[in-house]
Design a protein. Structure first.
Length: 540
C-alpha cells in the first residue's frame, strides 16, 4: 500500500492541467489509474490476512514492483528539466522544445510498457483465482495460549502488580459497590494475559459466577457470549446458531444470571471500542461488587472500557533490570544460578535489547538453553536476532504476537511503521522530522479540513496509542516531541521491511540488500563495500 498510495496521487496529477500537453497519453494514463485503483482494493482485502497465501503474496510482490517502477517513470518525467525550466530566449526555447519532445516520446513508450505489465499482473490474478484464497490446511494455535498455563513459580517481577490488582478487587468497600471495570493495557509481549489469568485464579473463589474468554482482532461476539455462558452454566449445551439464539443468550445473561450474582469476567485481548460495546451491554450494573477485567494493546480502548471514577486503567510495566536477569537465567539454566563470568557482558547486551519485555526474555532464554554456553554462540544469536525472528521456532512466537499489532494497523500506518526500520537502535526520532519525512514520501493522505502536518501528527499519535512506538519528551500539551522504537519492535520492522522490499539497511544490523533497492539506510561503519558491486542503485 505504501507503493500504491503515492503513485495514484501522481497519476491524478499527471492528468491535471499542469500536464495537459500529454493529451495523447491521457487514455493510457487513465487506464493505469483505473486499473491500479481497482488492484488497490484487492490488495487491501488480501493484506488483511495475517498468513498470506503464497500465490497471493507473489502477486502482491509483483504489483508492488510495478507500482515502484511506475512511480520512477512518473518522477523522472515530472522532474525533467524541460518541465521545470525557467530559461528565456528564442534559441533556448527551441532547444527546450526538442528536449521536451524527446522526453514525451520516451515517456509515452514507458507508459505503454507499464500498461502491458499492468494487464499481465491483472490477468495473472484472475487466472489463478487469487480472490478466492483457499483456507489454510491447519488452524494455528493462538500464540497467547501458553500464557494461560504459566505457573506463578515460573514468573518473576509480577507479584507486585498482581497484589495491586487483587487489592483493588477485594477492597472491603467493594462487596456492595457497583460493578467496575479494570483495563490492563500495554504492548504485545508484556504479559497482560498472564497477569489477568493469575489474578483471575487468585480471586475467582470470592465470586459466584466467573468466566475467562478471549476476544481477538476479529471477534465473533456470539461465540464469546456462548463461551461465557458455558462457563457460568457449567457446561450446559447451548445452541447459538442464529440471531434468535443470540438474543436469548443476552436476555438470559442480563436478566437471570448477572443481575443477581457477584460475577468476575475476564475479556482478554480487546482491539476495538465496537467489540467492547457489544460485550459490555450483556453485563448489568448491580450492587454486589462485580468485576470485569479487560486486556488491550490500545490506550484509547482501555480508557473507553474504564471511563468512570470507580473503574481502573492499569498500565502494565516492563521488568526492571534485576527481574529481567532472574527471568532470563531461569529459562536458560532451568534453575536459580548465576551467569558464567565470560557470558555476563553478552547477557547484559541481550537484556538491553529485550528492555524488560517478558515475551522476548523468555523465548530468547529458551532458545539459548538448547545451545552451547559459548560466548561466540550467544553473540551470534544476538547479532542475528532479526533473521532469527522468522527462522527459529522459539522466536517465531515473539514475531507472531507482535505481528498481531502490525496486522491491525490501517494501511497508511503500516507503511509509516515500516519506515521506522531505517533508524538505528535506541535512536531518538524527532516528531517534526518524522512528519516532514512522511509527507515528502507521500505516505500522508490529505484529509478534509486538516493540513498535511496535522494529519502526519495524527499518524504518530495513533502509533503511540497502539503501543507500536514509545513517546519521549512529552510537552506541556501532552504530545511527544520525539519517539523511539523498542529494540524487539525494531527487529520486527526490519524483518517486515526486508520481506516487503520496503527498505534496505547496511551496517548496524547487517541486513542483506535486495537486488533492486528502493530505500537505503547506512548505519555505523559500512563494512564489506563489495555489497555495492554489480547492484543497480538507480531506484533508490
Amino acid at each position: 500500500m505504501g507503493a500504491l498510495e503515492p503513485l495514484l496521487g501522481k497519476l491524478s496529477d499527471i492528468l491535471g492541467n499542469e500536464f495537459i500537453k500529454l493529451k495523447d497519453n491521457c487514455c493510457e494514463i487513465s487506464f493505469l489509474l483505473d486499473e491500479l485503483s481497482t488492484m488497490k482494493i484487492a490488495l487491501e482485502k488480501m493484506s488483511e490476512q495475517e498468513e498470506a497465501d503464497p500465490l497471493g503474496r507473489q502477486w502482491m510482490s509483483q504489483l508492488q514492483e510495478l507500482a515502484y517502477d511506475a512511480e520512477d517513470v512518473i518522477d523522472t518525467f515530472i522532474l525533467h528539466p524541460s518541465n521545470i525550466s525557467t530559461s528565456s530566449g528564442m534559441i533556448k526555447k527551441v532547444l527546450n522544445k526538442f528536449t521536451n519532445l524527446k522526453a514525451e516520446y520516451q515517456f509515452a513508450g514507458q507508459i505503454k510498457q507499464l500498461k502491458e505489465r499492468t494487464l499481465e499482473v491483472s490477468d495473472r490474478r484472475k487466472r489463478y483465482k487469487m480472490d478466492h484464497v483457499a483456507s489454510p490446511k491447519y488452524i494455528p494455535l493462538d500464540p497467547r495460549l501458553p500464557a494461560l498455563f504459566e505457573e506463578p513459580g515460573s514468573l518473576v517481577g509480577i507479584e507486585s502488580q498482581i497484589n495491586d490488582i487483587v487489592k483493588w478487587i477485594t477492597d472491603a468497600n467493594s462487596l456492595y459497590s457497583q460493578s467496575s471495570v479494570l483495563s490492563i493495557v500495554g504492548f504485545g509481549g508484556l504479559g497482560k494475559t498472564t497477569l489477568a489469568n493469575l489474578v483471575f485464579k487468585k480471586v475467582s473463589g470470592d465470586f459466584e459466577c466467573t468466566a475467562f474468554v478471549a476476544a481477538s482482532r476479529s471477534p465473533d461476539i456470539l461465540i464469546i457470549l456462548r463461551h461465557i455462558l458455558l462457563q457460568v452454566c457449567q457446561g450446559d449445551n447451548l445452541s447459538t446458531t442464529d440471531q434468535f439464539a443470540k438474543m436469548l443468550i443476552m436476555s438470559l445473561m442480563r436478566c437471570c444470571i448477572f443481575a443477581k450474582c457477584r460475577f468476575l469476567i475476564v475479556i482478554d485481548d480487546i482491539w476495538s471500542r465496537q467489540a467492547w460495546q457489544q460485550i459490555r451491554c450483556v453485563f448489568p450494573q448491580n450492587t454486589k461488587g462485580s468485576r470485569i477485567i479487560t486486556t488491550t494493546r490500545i490506550k484509547d480502548v482501555a480508557t473507553y472500557c474504564s471511563p468512570r471514577k470507580t473503574d481502573l486503567v492499569h498500565h502494565i510495566t516492563p521488568l526492571d533490570a534485576d527481574n529481567s536477569r532472574k527471568l532470563f537465567l531461569k529459562r536458560v539454566c532451568h534453575r536459580d544460578e548465576d551467569c558464567p563470568a565470560d557470558l555476563k557482558t553478552t547477557v547484559d547486551n541481550i537484556l538491553r535489547k529485550c528492555q524488560g519485555l517478558p515475551l522476548a526474555i523468555v523465548n530468547i532464554g529458551s532458545l539459548l538453553a538448547n545451545k552451547t554456553r559459548s560466548k561466540d554462540v550467544w553473540e551470534n544469536v544476538l547479532t542475528s536476532l532479526g533473521a532469527a525472528l522468522e527462522q527459529d521456532h522459539e522466536l517465531q512466537m515473539v514475531q507472531k504476537i507482535l505481528c498481531l499489532s502490525y496486522h491491525d494497523l490501517p494501511s497508511h500506518l503500516k507503511v509509516c511503521f515500516l519506515d521506522l526500520s531505517t533508524f538505528p537502535e535506541d535512536y531518538k526520532i524527532e516528531v517534526e522530522r518524522l512528519k516532514k519525512r512522511w509527507i515528502a514520501e507521500g505516505f500522508v493522505s490529505e484529509r478534509k479540513g486538516q493540513c498535511m502536518e496535522d494529519t502526519a501528527e495524527s499518524y504518530i499519535i495513533e502509533l503511540v496509542n497502539t503501543n507500536m512506538m514509545q513517546p519521549m519528551d512529552i510537552e506541556y500539551d501532552g504530545k511527544p516531541a520525539a519517539c523511539q522504537l523498542h529494540d524487539i519492535m525494531l527487529d520486527l520492522a526490519l524483518v517486515l521491511s526486508l520481506k516487503e522490499n520496503f527498505s534496505t539497511v547496511m551496517g548496524g544490523h547487517k541486513m542483506a540488500p535486495s537486488n533492486k533497492m528502493r530505500r537505503l539506510s547506512l548505519q555505523g561503519d559500512i563494512e564489506g563495500h563489495a555489497l555495492w558491486q554489480g547492484r543497480d542503485l538507480s531506484h533508490i
